[in-house]
Design a protein around this ligand. Structure first.
Ligand SMILES: [Zn+2]
Length: 407
């Protein structure tokens, strides 16, 4: 009996040991340079990965590499703090899921997750849809390839009810597994963007989110809605298209993360106008607002760049037609709006990780962080469009894409 138990124990230990060995074998990725996501460049870079984590980031390391990506640039996996991962063009090519089975809709979400990961985005925040919960679980199980997914599931708006009703709603969404709370504090930009929730409703939503340990993301276009969200202590203002110098300064003073969306969402609606026209507020008047809004948002963003200490982050608001093109927001910031490339990359990596409360896990090439890293063909500091040429994607130590040219 003792012998049998002993044998079983030895076998178990041996099995465990071999499992550990397989998991902890070092993987070395070498590239011509690396951008660490915190503003530092590492020439002749080698990143050592073990057990899904980054062990070291070195320059000029001798010896062989598991993945020799010389000629390419390594970056931390990119992060998008604002996508709508379930949105898609359906069977008739229109931006609606009407007439689909839930299974068909879910498969479109799976496709969106795939193209987003292949575009170098290893974490996205979907804000948000109930179907995100099952997609998040499937990706986390490691069976569906996609970015790490965070979701707000269902939003709070002016019709959610009294401040007490809003607090109860927030607790329910938290119990349903939400990673954050989304609030609609203003109308859509296609309807002028005026404040919709009262200041008390916004305070209830963001206050209760904080009390239950969740972050709050507030859709706000008009100055008054931005001010209300900022003063209520909400985590982040998204859109902010009508922010003036006063609102930008207020967000800076309160440490509010600011997520403008200037380079992809409006452009995508206009490019795909026939697929959107006639759905909800996508009417001719709405499209006129969208068109007028593009230069206005660019100017607002350029002003935001001058507010030192403002916590700028990078989210696209990607909907149908924009998934997998998330990097266009970064490219637009640099090429059109004049943000230095290094800053734009820091926003899309370590600053974004901070805004998600995940700075200890993702957003940089640094020892101890998850091995989320990508390689692009070119140097994005010299040519930001290199972000369109993602040839290598690793998330959590697993390689999902490797189409680097033979060297
Ligand atoms: Zn959105």
């Amino acid at each position: 009996m003792i012998t049998k138990t002993f044998t079983a124990l030895v076998a178990a230990v041996l099995f465990a040991a071999s499992g550990v060995n397989a998991q902890t074998a070092s993987v070395i990725i070498r590239a011509s340079s690396a951008l660490d996501g915190r503003g530092r460049s590492v020439p002749d870079a080698a990143v050592v990965v073990q057990g899904g984590k980054i062990v070291s980031v070195e320059s000029g390391r001798a010896g062989a590499a598991t993945y020799d990506l010389r000629g390419l640039t390594l970056l931390p996996g990119l992060i998008d703090t604002h996508v709508h991962i379930d949105t898609h063009f359906g069977k008739d090519g229109r931006a609606t899921s009407q007439g689909e089975t839930p299974q068909q809709s879910m498969l479109y979400s799976v496709e969106n997750a795939w193209v987003t990961l292949m575009a170098g985005f290893t974490t996205v925040q979907s804000i948000g849809s109930p179907s995100d919960v099952d997609l998040r679980a499937a990706i986390a199980r490691g069976v569906v390839p996609g970015p790490r997914l965070l979701t707000s599931i269902r939003p709070v708006n002016e019709n959610t009810g009294t401040p007490d009703a809003i607090r109860a709603f927030v607790r329910k969404v938290k119990a349903d597994g939400a990673d954050l709370i989304k609030l609609f504090a203003s109308k859509s930009s296609r309807e002028g963007g005026a404040q919709t929730m009262t200041d008390e409703q916004i305070q209830a939503g963001c206050g209760e989110a904080k009390a239950v340990g969740l972050r709050s993301w507030v859709h706000a276009h008009s100055p008054s809605s931005i001010r209300a969200a900022t003063l209520a202590g909400c985590t982040s203002v998204t859109h902010g298209s009508q922010a003036t110098g006063a609102e930008l300064a207020l967000m800076q003073q309160h440490g509010t993360f600011f997520e403008p969306n200037i380079g992809l969402v409006s452009q995508n609606y206009l490019e795909n106008k026939p697929r959107y026209l006639g759905i909800g507020n996508f009417n001719e008047e709405g499209f006129a607002f969208t068109e007028k809004g593009i230069p206005m948002k660019r100017e607002m963003f350029t002003r935001a760049l001058t507010v030192s200490g403002l916590k700028l982050i990078m989210g696209t608001d990607a909907g149908a037609g924009a998934h997998g093109r998330n990097a266009e927001e970064i490219i637009y910031r640099v090429q059109v709006a004049g943000q230095p490339a290094r800053d734009a990359i820091v926003d899309a990596t370590s600053h974004n990780a901070m805004s998600l409360g995940l700075a200890e896990r993702i957003g940089a090439l640094a020892p101890g962080l998850d091995a989320d890293l990508i390689a692009v063909d070119g140097n994005p500091l010299e040519d930001i469009t290199a972000l369109r040429r993602v040839v290598f994607v690793m998330r959590g130590g697993t390689v999902y894409k490797n189409i680097a040219r033979g060297r």
